[in-house]
Design a protein around this ligand. Structure first.
Ligand code: NAD
Length: 243
C-alpha cells in the first residue's frame, strides 16, 4: 500500500469504529463490542417512549466515558501526516468520537456522516449544548435532559438508527468519492448504509480501492488491495515511514 500512497495525490479515506478500537473505544460488531452489551434504540422509539429515552441516555452516559478518556492512536496520527503531505482530499468518518479532529486533521476536510457524540442537540429547537455539561447532568440524575429554552428533548448530535443522514453531508461524500484517485477504507465492516456504498462508487468512478479491516467485508473481492491486520501499525508503516 505504501507504493499507492506515494503515487496517488487525491486520497479519500473512510473510517469506521475499527480505527478507534486501538484507542480503547469498542466497535459495534466485534465480540465484546457495544451491541453485545446494549440494544439499539431507534429515533422512533426515542421519540415515543420515556423508558427508551432513559435507556438510551444510560447507554450514552456509559459509552461517552470511553470517548472522553480516549486519545488518538497511530492510525489517527498517520492520517494527520497524510494531510500534512497534501495527499488527503477528504476524511469521511462514520465515527462519532471526534478523535480525527483531536489528532489534528482539519475540520474542513472531515465529513462526519453519523454526527458527533461531542455535542448535544435539542430535537425541538436545534439548540446545541456542550456534551460535557450534559454528562454532568447525567451523572447526577437519570432524568432525560431537556432544553433550557424550549423544554424539548435533548439527544447527542449523532444520527440514530431510523434517522436520516444530513443530505448535504452524504452528497459531499459521494462527490469526494467520485473525484479521488484512491479510496481507502479503514476499520469498517461496510455493513452500514449509505456509508458502505461510497467505496464502490469510488472504484466504479476509476479510483484505486483499498480495504484495511480486521474482518472480511462484503467488498473485499471487489477491491484492489485488502489487509486484515490492525490498522494502527499498518498505517504507521505505510504513511508515516514511507511518505
Ligand atoms: P463496525 O463495528 O460495524 O465494524 C468495525 C470493524 O472494524 C470490524 O469489522 C472489525 O473487524 C474492524 N476492526 C476492529 N479493530 C480494528 C483494528 N484495530 N484494525 C482494523 N480493523 C479493526 O463499525 P462501522 O463499520 O464503523 O459501523 C458501525 C457504526 O457504529 C458506525 O455507524 C459508527 O458511527 C458507530 N460507532 C462508532 C464508534 C466510534 O465513534 N468510535 C464506536 C462504535 C460504533
Amino acid at each position: 500500500m505504501s507504493d499507492i500512497i506515494k503515487a496517488k495525490k487525491k486520497i479519500v479515506i473512510l473510517t469506521g469504529a475499527g480505527i478507534s478500537t486501538e484507542s480503547g473505544i469498542p466497535d459495534f460488531r466485534s465480540p465484546g463490542g457495544l451491541w453485545s452489551i446494549y440494544r439499539t434504540v431507534t429515533i422512533q422509539e426515542f421519540l415515543a417512549n420515556e423508558e427508551d429515552r432513559k435507556y438510551y441516555w444510560q447507554y450514552k452516559r456509559e459509552s461517552y466515558k470511553n470517548i472522553v478518556k480516549a486519545n488518538p492512536n497511530d492510525g489517527h496520527n498517520a492520517l494527520v501526516t497524510l494531510e500534512k503531505k497534501g495527499k488527503l482530499q477528504c476524511l469521511i468518518t462514520q465515527n462519532i468520537d471526534g478523535l480525527h479532529q483531536i489528532a489534528g486533521n482539519s475540520s474542513n476536510l472531515i465529513l462526519e456522516l453519523h454526527g458527533t457524540d461531542r455535542q448535544v442537540i435539542c430535537l425541538k429547537c436545534s439548540k446545541l449544548y456542550n456534551r460535557d455539561e450534559i454528562q454532568a447532568h447525567l451523572e447526577r440524575s437519570d432524568d432525560v435532559p431537556v432544553c433550557d429554552d424550549c423544554g424539548g428533548w435533548l439527544k447527542p448530535a449523532t444520527v440514530s438508527f431510523g434517522q436520516n443522514l444530513q443530505p448535504q453531508i452524504i452528497e459531499q461524500a459521494m462527490y469526494e468519492s467520485e473525484h479521488c484517485d484512491a479510496f481507502l477504507v479503514i476499520g469498517s465492516s461496510l455493513t452500514v448504509h449509505p456509508a458502505a456504498l461510497l467505496p464502490e462508487h469510488a472504484k466504479r468512478s476509476g479510483a484505486w480501492l483499498g480495504i484495511l479491516n480486521g474482518d472480511p467485508t462484503p467488498l473485499d473481492s471487489f477491491s484492489d488491495w485488502v489487509c486484515h491486520d490492525p490498522a494502527g501499525q499498518v498505517l504507521q508503516k505505510a504513511i508515516n515511514i514511507t511518505i
